[in-house]
Design a binder for this molecule. Structure first.
Ligand code: DC
Length: 217
């Protein structure tokens, strides 16, 4: 079985995808973490030079990404925390718009799905990576609420950003993700759309479970 979960930043995709994967004994693949790894490697290796596509593609080709439970490894280095910084978040959309980078990561994601029952979350899972997935979800939420959720997460890590700054970051990332020519964030026609505004993780999870159980009846 393959389950695709797409949607904008902060819609709750990864938390719910992990819960669904655990319930149905499936493997969770966080595709956003893969794009984040490439941005992190670029920052480490050539610094803030995100206009240099050739170097970014070279770095992406040489980067080996591996997941172990909740940890993410990039060329055998544990980058679980580093890839979540606001700097990496901001630059991830710079690498995610490059065609060659997307082709490379999409190929790895499909390869992974070949021999695992997967729950994958991202932006282009239902449209590009797993167009034949049995179930496709599109999770959305009001931008202010998404910013509030992100602020709570960041505050726990000692973040000093205001709600307005976080909301602007999210809106910029959404605009980049929706408007790029390669693998843009889109809601495919066969996706089940869930607006998570005002809903708890538990409520969304239960709603999705109904659909999954229905599909397997
Ligand atoms: O889901 P996330 O916030 O970890 O994603 C980080 C960035 O990567 C975000 O700007 C969108 C991009 N991304 C993408 O382009 N395609 C995916 N399948 C997953 C994430």
């Amino acid at each position: 079985m393959q389950i695709a979960i797409d949607g904008p930043a902060g819609a709750g995709k990864s938390t719910i995808a992990k819960k669904i994967a655990a319930t149905y004994r499936m493997t969770y693949l966080d595709t956003g973490a893969m794009y984040r790894c490439i941005a992190h490697c670029v920052l480490n290796q050539i610094g803030d030079h995100f206009d240099n596509e050739a170097d970014i593609v070279r770095i992406a080709r040489a980067t080996v990404i591996r997941f172990e439970d909740d940890q993410v490894f990039c060329n055998d280095q544990d980058v679980t925390r580093e890839i979540r910084t606001p700097l990496v978040s901001r630059h991830t959309s710079d690498v995610a718009r490059i065609k060659e980078v997307r082709e490379l990561l999409v190929a790895q994601q499909r390869e992974y799905a070949k021999d695992h029952a997967v729950v994958m979350d991202g932006r282009d899972i239902g449209s590009v990576v797993l167009p034949d997935a049995e179930l496709k979800f599109f999770l959305d939420a009001d931008v202010r609420e998404r910013a509030q959720r992100r602020k709570k997460e960041l505050d726990e890590k000692g973040n000093g950003k205001t709600l307005e700054e976080i909301k602007n970051d999210i809106e910029n990332r959404d605009t980049n993700d929706r408007n790029r020519s390669e693998g843009p964030l889109i809601q495919v026609a066969d996706a089940i759309v869930i607006d998570t505004t005002g809903k708890s993780i538990e409520e969304v999870y239960e709603e999705m479970k109904l659909h999954i159980d229905e599909a397997h009846r």
